[in-house]
Design a protein around this ligand. Structure first.
Ligand code: ADP
Ligand code: MG
Length: 367
């Protein structure tokens, strides 16, 4: 199933915008953090590497730059420069994506995108994976469970303070079907928006019956009754391990953890994994960390390469081959109420999220 606008295999000239500039990597710039997962998992910590080159064009990081021969076959361009080789490589990746029909799951796959650290790319990953899957023909629902409502903004759905929202579903038993909105992004992309009211829900949930199960009950009912089946549900979590996140873990079958390829990336990961184990033991035996996605990768820094290698070493099955590059286009897209998939379909960031979505679809649901 390809999107009608799909012309990914087209002209190499469209595939690279020379105006794209990577932001400087801010390695070592995070606040002090305690409780080292490195110690627990036997991972060595690295001194921050200061290395920056702010004016190079954005890199597409996944596959190595192709050999001159391969590049020549992908493009009519002179492949003697790094830029031309990169264009050829992106064209090759685009052709592979354009030529593939992604399998659709037979039952809805429900993902929680979780990491209690803020700013690691949870919302960005939720929105862009959802858009990429919808573009490939899947019906996708995004549940925005962060009171900041960033996923709702990025998907272009209304979430003013008087909008009926996920808060009403969880606290007031409002049927989900009456609350979800269609995203203008893609035909089969829907969003259950969050408003600022959700900020109070953590406290209000405490006194409610079955407080950990409320999202699951509402979602199961919605999926059962939906006249057209949904293929993917992706829940964007707030940066905490409170009752909202617990509701997301109970509603989901799969956990997707985005990990930023920077210093301190692994701090707090053991706490997250422990919490997931507790949920699995007491509330949701089916819960599995199925997917880890490396985000904000900058191939020019040694640190990003070291973090990526360490995460792969510890989670060889879970980590996707695809890396999401640090990309200005990815960070710009939400201010236009868009995913990067529609904001700049030919950018390296868009291509990477499409490839990540393809990997997730190909791998299928965990056994
Ligand atoms: N691959 C990327 N390249 C550049 N900026 C990114 C990328 N992924 C996320 N960002 C930016 O980083 C910030 C934090 O991302 P976000 O997805 O909101 O994280 P979280 O939801 O985990 O708090 C946002 O400003 C976002 O635009
Ligand atoms: Mg977020």
């Amino acid at each position: 199933m390809k999107h009608p606008d799909d012309n990914l295999a087209e002209v190499p000239g469209q595939v690279f915008s020379p105006g794209q500039v990577s932001s400087s990597p801010s390695v070592g710039g995070f606040g002090a953090s305690t409780g080292s997962v490195s110690a627990i998992m036997g991972i060595e910590r690295h001194a921050p590497v200061s290395q920056a080159a702010s004016s190079e064009p954005e890199k597409a990081p996944v596959a190595p730059v192709s050999t001159p021969k391969a590049a020549a076959s992908a493009s009519a361009y002179d492949d003697s420069t790094p830029l031309a080789r990169e264009i050829a490589e992106m064209t090759r990746r685009r052709r592979i994506l354009a030529g593939e029909d992604l399998p659709l799951p037979s039952a809805p796959r429900v993902f929680t995108v979780a990491n209690q650290k803020g700013g690691v790319g949870k919302t960005t990953t939720t929105v862009n994976l959802a858009a990429a899957l919808a573009r490939s023909g899947a019906r996708v629902l995004v549940i925005d469970l962060d009171p900041q409502g960033n996923a709702s903004t990025a998907l272009g759905v209304e979430h003013r303070s008087d909008t009926v929202s996920v808060y009403d579903v969880i606290i007031n038993d409002e049927p989900m079907a009456d609350v979800i909105q269609k995203s203008p992004e893609f035909e089969a992309l829907y969003c259950l928006p969050a408003t600022i009211h959700l900020a109070g829900a953590e406290i209000e949930l405490v006194s409610l019956v079955a407080r950990e199960q409320r999202l699951r009950t509402a979602l199961d009912k919605f999926l059962d009754e939906s006249p057209e089946p949904f293929h993917y549900v992706i829940i964007d979590c707030p940066p905490s391990l409170g009752l909202l996140t617990i509701n997301a873990f109970v509603a989901a079958r799969e956990v997707l953890i985005p990990i930023q390829c920077e210093y301190y990336a692994l701090e707090g990961l053991s706490q997250l994994l422990n919490n997931i184990k507790l949920i699995e033991r007491h509330l949701n035996p089916a819960l599995t960390v199925s997917t880890i996605l490396l985000t904000m990768y900058d191939s020019r820094t040694n640190l990003a390469n070291q973090v990526a290698a360490e995460v792969r070493e510890h989670f060889p099955k879970e980590v996707l081959d695809t890396l999401i590059p640090r990309s200005v286009r990815i960070s710009e897209a939400p201010s236009y109420g868009q995913s990067v998939i529609s904001y700049d379909p030919s950018s390296p960031g868009s291509l990477s999220y499409l490839e990540a979505a393809a990997e997730i679809a190909r791998r299928g649901a965990p056994a």
